[in-house]
Design a protein around this ligand. Structure first.
Ligand SMILES: *Cc1c(COP(=O)(O)O)cnc(C)c1O
Length: 396
């Protein structure tokens, strides 16, 4: 029997699109030469990397010389933070970020704090998950060297006022890095117009392969290397290139930019249908902003009185793939740092469900999920001592 699968975890990873995979395959067997060698099969691989670099640059309105390929989003984030911290520590030891970043940023900041004497300011966010520009301005001192604020949040979909942040950083002469892993392919990005100095992205969140990403570094910025070794990537990122992966990333980002508007409109419609349907379940709260301030594929709700983990298991039994908090934290019982940052108390943050939709999501999928979730929530509440107490309290 073929079990029905409804995948709603696109924020964790996407499938690789067939057109992307098709472009990648020759670089495993036909053009497998090392791009640094001089014979002709290697010239083909080198050319393919150049084309991919052009495609990434075009999607961001950057120059191709400003794009460096990495082993994914986490590496790009690590490089931006450590590379700037170590190259500019003479100027200052202060970095500003937010409380709702991905762990690739937060854990790197903690490392710089603990072992290298940096001071980190973690900006608060409001109940929608958005920072205050006033707070940012007030946090910048003459010791500040870097501001790193994510573009779109992976858990609650909040999109930050990136252009305004870029303008503040430019005026105050501090570098501005943004983790745009969730935003690329979902939001229009222009690094020049938005005054972005560095930007991280990853292949597997935009229908490309896993284990490949890129860091945009604006021309002229002094940054230390993260990966030392050979002279690849203009001697800034060592290691034989992941040629097929880079080709896939290039194709994926090109497809995403070409279809940005239609993709967005379709997802926003499905997203809002899903949100409105879920909010009909009693004692349910939407986490994160609505409308344009929310990533088009993100839905995150809390069901009072129940545990996110148990919802996931029951959804899985019905073939629905979803997530509670983020993939990196589920499996532990710690509530999401993002949900705590938007002010949810621990017990409610535990009952969260993230459904993230994407290109493969159909209206039928949304209807199926809206059919199944209310009964699951009711069943779990019927078993919940908290709910029992609450109902009895109500009856008194
Ligand atoms: C997925 C993700 C990352 C990490 O990217 P990897 O390619 O998995 O290393 C970083 N930041 C955000 C916002 C993400 O969603």
């Amino acid at each position: 029997m073929n079990k029905k699968v409804v995948y709603m975890d696109y924020a964790a990873t996407t499938y690789t699109k067939p057109e992307v995979l098709e472009e990648m395959i020759p670089y495993f067997n036909q053009y497998f030469g090392n791009p640094s060698s001089i014979y002709s099969i290697s010239r083909e691989t080198k050319k393919a990397i150049d084309i991919a670099r052009d495609r990434v640059a075009k999607a961001l309105n950057a120059d191709r010389s400003e794009i460096y390929f990495t082993g994914g989003g986490s590496e790009a984030d690590n490089w931006a933070l450590k590379g700037i911290a170590f190259a500019h520590k003479e100027k200052g030891n202060h970095i500003i970020t937010t409380k709702i970043e991905h762990h690739a940023i937060l854990h790197t900041c903690e490392y710089l704090e603990k072992y290298h004497g940096f001071e980190i300011t973690y900006l608060d966010v409001n109940e929608e998950g958005i920072i205050s520009l006033e707070d940012l301005k007030n946090a910048i001192t003459d010791k500040t060297i870097l501001v790193s604020i994510m573009f779109g949040n992976n858990e609650i979909g909040a999109i930050q006022p990136i252009k305004e942040i870029g303008a503040i950083c430019k005026e105050k002469k501090v570098f501005f890095h943004t983790d745009a892993v969730q935003a690329v392919g979902n939001v229009a990005i222009d690094v020049k117009d938005m005054n972005i100095d560095m930007l991280s992205l990853a292949g597997h969140k935009i229908y490309g392969p896993k284990g490949v990403g890129a860091l945009y570094i604006k021309k002229g910025i002094k940054i230390h290397n993260l990966v030392h070794g050979g002279g690849q990537e203009k001697a800034r990122r060592a290691g034989t290139e992941n040629v097929a992966g880079i080709v896939g990333l290039g194709k994926a980002i090109e497809l995403a930019s070409d279809n940005l508007d239609t993709h967005n409109r379709r997802l926003v419609e499905l997203r809002d249908k899903l949100i409105n349907g879920l909010l009909e379940i009693p004692y349910t709260k939407l986490n994160g902003p609505t409308g344009e301030k929310r990533l088009p594929g993100n839905v995150n709700v809390c069901f009072k009185f129940i545990e996110g983990e148990s919802i996931l298991l029951m959804l899985d039994a019905m073939g629905i793939c979803a997530s509670s908090g983020s993939a990196c934290t589920s499996g532990s019982l710690d509530p999401s740092h993002v949900l705590l940052a938007i002010g949810l108390p621990h017990e409610i943050a535990h009952g969260s469900l993230r459904l993230s939709i994407g290109d493969g999501t159909t209206e039928e999928d949304v209807v199926y999920v809206l059919e199944k979730v209310p009964a699951i929530v009711q069943r779990l509440r019927d078993m919940s001592p908290l709910y029992d107490e609450f109902v009895k309290g109500d009856e008194k």
